[in-house]
Design a protein around this ligand. Structure first.
Ligand code: C2E
Ligand code: MG
Ligand code: MG
Ligand code: MG
Length: 281
């Protein structure tokens, strides 16, 4: 087996490893090319306010339009983009495109952009964000940056400084996938988040596990007492919607309202729509 062979030789003669390495190199090369040729596109998914039923914002979710493989999910290429550092130029493209798109929407609709830890840590990040706003003409209070807890795990002081600087301009900061990382609660004390997005796993668990939504209720209550907007992710059914509504969540997002759709469909997503509440009224 490769392990017993000499170090250098192992790589050459292990067909498995060779294949994996080849695939990675190919993916990285494709990713670079895609960036150069602008083969990425942003899809948007509504962030819905429960009280009014209004679309308060749209989350930008990147897709890669691969000439052979079709539309590729970010779960497949974001990790590779982070490892290779390509997330920095890709993230810059995403910010610019999202701000340009949002500048064409009604002025009470915001755009939410996901920011990776690698991107935030990069020294030009704040400048890149401010330039995207300036060149698109989008007001800072229409931009929301979604970060995950991993962002606060490393380089904490520098990252916090960057976030504070951006927040002072009026940009909002949301914590994404809340509840899936470590010591989520302590981070709420370290940084003044404007919003927490409660991870979709809690909606799934509420239906099967014994807690019956107790965690969502607790997190919504926590948000309320800290003056932080709470959004519940991954709403797929009317039952889930009724349940998180009863739990006091302010905003929701999920396939029940709309899957992420291309930018040209944003107009349709913003049209008033029949909700279960309208039917009841
Ligand atoms: P996220 O930011 O938590 O985005 C929400 C994900 O949940 C999206 O997956 C969305 O399509 C999916 N989703 C929304 N509603 C439902 C639902 O009702 N049920 C289910 N099962 N899923 C739902 P997507 O687009 O595949 O993105 C996956 C992750 O990739 C994102 O999670 C985010 O972490 C990352 N990502 C996406 N776009 C970007 C980007 O532009 N930049 C960075 N850095 N990361 C991104
Ligand atoms: Mg997100
Ligand atoms: Mg999320
Ligand atoms: Mg996620």
């Amino acid at each position: 087996h490769a392990k017993s062979a000499g170090r250098g030789a192992a790589r050459v003669f292990d067909p498995q490893m060779d294949e994996t390495a080849q695939a990675r190199i190919a993916l990285e090369r494709d990713l670079r090319e895609a960036l150069a040729n602008e083969l990425f596109e942003l899809h948007y998914q509504p962030l819905v306010e429960l009280g009014s039923g209004k679309v308060k914002g749209l989350e930008a979710l990147v897709r890669w339009r691969h000439p052979q493989k079709g539309l590729i999910s970010p779960a497949t290429f974001i990790p590779m983009a982070e490892e290779t550092g390509l997330i920095v130029p890709l993230g810059e493209w995403i910010l610019n495109q999202a701000c340009r798109d949002a500048a064409t929407w009604p002025s009470d609709v915001s755009v939410a952009v996901n920011v990776s830890a690698v991107q935030l840590r990069h020294r030009t990040f704040a400048q890149v964000v401010l330039l995207a706003l300036a060149s698109s003409g989008l007001k800072p209070d229409r931009l929301e940056l979604e970060i995950t807890e991993s962002v606060l795990l490393d380089d904490t002081e520098a990252n916090l400084e960057t976030l504070h600087l951006l927040r002072r301009t009026g940009i909002r900061i949301a914590m994404d996938d809340f509840g899936t990382g470590y010591s989520s609660l302590s981070y709420l004390r370290r940084f003044p988040f404007d919003k927490i997005k409660i991870d979709q796993s809690f909606v799934r668990n509420a239906e099967t596990a014994a807690d019956g939504g107790a965690i969502i209720r607790a997190l919504v209550g926590l948000g309320a007492s800290l003056g932080i907007t709470t959004l519940v992710e991954g709403i797929e059914t009317e039952d889930q919607l009724a349940s998180v509504r009863a739990d006091g969540a302010q905003q929701v997002q999920g396939f029940l309202f709309s899957p992420p759709r291309p930018a040209r469909d944003v107009g349709a997503m913003l049209l008033p729509r029949a909700t279960p509440d309208d039917a009841a009224a």
